[in-house]
Design a binder for this molecule. Sequence first.
Ligand SMILES: N[C@H](CCC[C@H](N)C(=O)O)C(=O)O
Length: 288
Amino acid sequence: MQIPFIKMHGLGNNYIYLDFFQYTVEEEKLSELAKSVSNVHTGIGSDGLIIIHPSETADVGMRIFNKDGSEGQSCGNGLRCTAKYAFEQGIVAEKRFRIETKANIVEAEVQVTNEKVDQVTINMGKPHLERELIPMQGNPKQHVIGEPFEIQGQTLELTALSMGNPHAVFLVDQINGEQVSQLGPLVEKDERFPQGANVEFIEIVSPVEINFSVWERGSGITQACGTGACAAVVAGVLNGQLKRNESVTVHLPGGDLDITWDADGNVWMTGGAETVATGVFYSPCKVL
Ligand SMILES: N[C@H](CCC[C@H](N)C(=O)O)C(=O)O
């Protein structure tokens, strides 16, 4: 079957998007579809698959599947691209609207130049700090802030939290490729994280600026992770290294995001969203 797709990216974190306002495919095939389209050798190549779909609780819905076929609960870069697509395709008429994810319903606001969306701001909601909500093994109500975490013979300082999906954030003196490629996959699958974890390494540049690298649950190293950038800023504030209620510039490998953890507890993310390509791919999945 020929399945129409759109390829979009947020700071290089790229996904293949399917518009389920136009058609659907069988639910049980989505995981396999994510694996096949993401494969750069035999598919299109991406960090995963995102479904843009009608929602009964918001203006539009978004589901994210990682490169390995696992389904995540939210995706910051994906939300900005979904917002761009929904506005440019007329799925929504206003510049401010709500998007349903598996984790929560978020508020989006698009900035438009010549009828094209170039920047998107998303209220990503509140982080969850209790172990049982991350989730992470141990005392269910306890927070995990600057806790010693033994991995591969090293002891790192861990701050863990959920942005609707699990994040393990390590504050390091200097980020480097080895941490992400060697420790990322070990922490992702560590038994202390029963649902796995997205793994971020952050270097504090100033109280309003960090360098950032990420190993994503189910996708590995990516150029950017929006929920990860939010988790990183929350972790930096909790460790007394970043300012609350001020915009923090997060330098990700693929570009910068502005993140603010405001006084009400909401985390705001502002950044770009780009359309790369549209087309059809050939799949055994039936288009319904
Ligand atoms: N790239 C996404 C995060 C994907 C999260 C996914 N890897 C998971 O939680 O399983 C972002 O921009 O927030």
